[in-house]
Design a protein around this ligand. Structure first.
Ligand code: ZN
Ligand code: ZN
Length: 57
């Protein structure tokens, strides 16, 4: 067992879609439409795919 290098043992990584903010601009060009990020459901975090959320490999 080793600490996951992807999430540093936390089991979650920053959401790549909203950059960890939890909200994302779904508006188009010249418009803004901030809504809860669909990828992370507003949490700003995503389960680590490398360790499957366990934090260790
Ligand atoms: Zn997100
Ligand atoms: Zn991990």
């Amino acid at each position: 067992m080793a600490t996951c290098r992807e999430c540093h043992g936390k089991g979650s990584v920053q959401c790549p879609d909203c950059k960890g903010k939890g909200k994302k601009d779904y508006g188009g060009f010249l418009s803004t439409d901030y809504r809860e990020c669909k990828l992370c459901n507003g949490s700003g975090k995503k389960k680590c795919g490398v360790c499957n959320g366990k934090g260790t490999i």
